[in-house]
Design a protein around this ligand. Structure first.
Ligand code: ATP
Length: 352
């Protein structure tokens, strides 16, 4: 498939149902060439055939559960007209909204979000290279609307692929023996929402419990009922895309033993079934902690590699949440420790 757009203002809404495409820009045309199937999304209108290099973008980084989405919304609605590009590689797919912890429509407060639940994982995995191309176009479009793009999400491989001047998909910059590039194609302001590891781990455990309280088990049950995962005997080995989301591998054993089609209330479960369930939840907590640890390691590697990443310490805010403080009390800690310093940093950056 080959699509060409003239440089005039064209608003195109179309579906790319192809995978692995190349983008090239020339002064007169924007050309998108696709060579194999995947993407189902409505990319932005192409007002410009080029991205204004070194335009300013804000990047909000942090481990899973640290409040990146909350911070981006706080900044967007109170201070900076902006649009958000999701950079969590699991949240780009449709479905499993609780399991992947997507920000809800209500919480988005009408701030436009891109790459959030837009892709169908059955069409294949969205690679960092594909993300680089698509997000680059979306950034150009946001600039045209005179707004500031916010890149928000925990997948550092996506953030890295999007931002570096030269990206080689065959080279894993996060491998222990490799180094990261500090040559970036945008003018970036990096905010890193972090917390002491002890408090973060405790908070993440609590968040998993809350996710189950708000329907994660039922969501997984529906997913296993409707998907082909269990029919595929080697599914664990061939996982890609959404199938890798924390929650699915951990609950696979459970749903193999207790088919999702048979809905029984918790009271009817025997001891063995409860043990298998508890074990899956325990694994989710452990794997979530491991994910957070890896994500923090990658952010530190980027910072050590020359990225000017500003750390915001949200430990006190998480401690307040863990102690079940009143909403207002927690909110005032969050504002003092995370939001206010972020506003200062972003303001200074945008005024420069
Ligand atoms: P890697 O190179 O290991 O894929 P990454 O930085 O590209 O790392 P991460 O965002 O750290 O990507 O995700 C790594 C893995 O963590 C995913 O493949 C998935 O198993 C799990 N994961 C990440 N984000 C989520 C999420 N929102 N919900 C559920 N699982 C997630």
């Amino acid at each position: 498939m080959r699509l060409a757009f003239s440089s005039s203002v064209i608003s195109v809404s179309f579906l790319i149902k192809r995978r692995r495409f190349t983008c090239s820009t020339t002064p007169s045309t924007f050309t998108l060439m696709a060579t194999s199937p995947i993407i189902t999304t409505a990319p932005p209108s192409f007002h410009h055939n080029h991205c204004r290099k070194k335009d300013k973008i804000i990047v909000i980084m942090g481990a899973t559960g640290t409040g990146k989405s909350r911070l981006s919304i706080d900044l967007a609605i109170q201070y900076f007209p902006s649009e958000i590009i999701n950079s969590d590689k699991m949240q780009v797919y449709k479905g499993l909204d609780i399991t992947t912890n997507k920000i809800s429509q209500h919480e988005r407060q009408n701030v436009p979000h891109h790459f959030l639940g837009e892709f169908d994982s059955q069409d294949g995995e969205l690679t960092p290279l594909e993300f680089r191309h698509l997000a680059h176009l979306t950034i150009s479009d946001i600039f045209c609307r005179k707004k500031t793009p916010f890149i928000v999400g925990g997948s550092n491989s996506f953030i890295y692929s999007l931002l570096v001047e030269e990206y080689n998909p065959k080279f894993d910059a996060f491998d222990a023996f490799n180094s990261v590039s500090s040559s970036l194609r945008y003018n970036c302001c990096f905010l890193w929402v972090d917390s002491s590891v002890r408090v973060l781990y405790e908070y993440l455990d609590k968040r998993v419990d809350q996710m189950f309280e708000t329907g994660m088990f039922e969501e997984l049950q529906a997913y296993f009922r409707e998907s082909e995962v269990l029919k595929d005997s080697v599914s664990s080995l061939s996982r890609s895309g959404l199938r890798k989301a924390i929650g699915l591998p951990e609950f696979e054993r459970y749903f193999r033993e207790y088919p999702a089609e048979k809905v029984e209330s918790f009271r009817e479960w025997d001891h063995v079934r409860r043990v298998v369930y508890e074990e899956a939840v325990r694994e989710i907590k452990e794997n979530t902690r491991q994910l957070a640890k890896r994500q923090i390691g990658k952010i530190k590697k980027l910072r050590d590699g020359g990225w000017d990443i500003r750390r915001l310490d949200a430990t006190a805010a998480f401690t307040a949440l863990l102690m079940c403080k009143q909403e207002e009390e927690w909110r005032s800690v969050w504002e003092k420790q995370v939001l206010e310093p972020s506003v200062k940093i972003v303001k200074r950056f945008l005024e420069k």
